[in-house]
Design a protein. Structure first.
Length: 175
């Protein structure tokens, strides 16, 4: 199997893994009852940054560590795969990490609006902050792991051109 075929297989595998992640994300954010979904949520809106985070951390003894961790850490961890996967899938134009922060924030805002509109959750700015942080941390993991690969193997990354079938070497310098 030549290098071009291997790259196509890798890209296909990445797309399949991202699709599985997207389905699981949808399930956790809109369907899973263990995450407070199912349509019976008392939907509200919180536009005060850090209000819910502060409430959770202040009332940890009442709410329980599991609930606090699920809310605070869960909102970070759930978006880390997105921050990692996006630059892996779309290497063209990935020099600017802020792209992935903006994408994570936009996606999170969309989720919050849809949760509120559908009655499956509340719209909470703290969730947007934590989700965006998770997307950024995922990007950092990507950048750090791919910097090491580039330094040791000399590979500069690959991307698919939209108009061409062949893989082209990406001329970007990884962070």
């Amino acid at each position: 199997m030549n290098q071009k075929e291997m790259q196509k297989i890798k890209i296909t595998a990445k797309i399949i893994l991202f699709a599985i992640y997207a389905v699981l994300l949808f399930y956790m954010l809109f369907v899973a009852e263990m995450f407070g979904r199912g349509g019976s949520t008392n939907a509200g809106i919180n536009l005060t940054p850090f209000a819910e985070i502060r409430r959770y951390l202040t009332n940890i003894s009442t709410l329980g560590f599991r609930n606090v961790a699920l809310n605070v850490l869960g909102n970070i961890v759930i978006f880390m795969p997105m921050g990692y996967a996006l630059p892996s899938l779309f290497t063209k134009g990935s020099r600017w990490p802020l792209n992935y922060v903006i994408i994570s924030a936009t996606f999170s805002i969309t989720v919050e609006v849809l949760q509120f509109a559908s009655g499956t959750g509340s719209a909470d700015i703290d969730d947007v902050i934590l989700n965006t942080l998770g997307g950024f941390l995922g990007y950092l993991v990507y950048a750090l792991t791919h910097r090491r690969d580039t330094e040791t193997e000399g590979e500069e990354g690959w991307h698919l051109e939209e108009d061409e079938e062949d893989l082209k070497p990406n001329d970007r310098n990884l962070p």
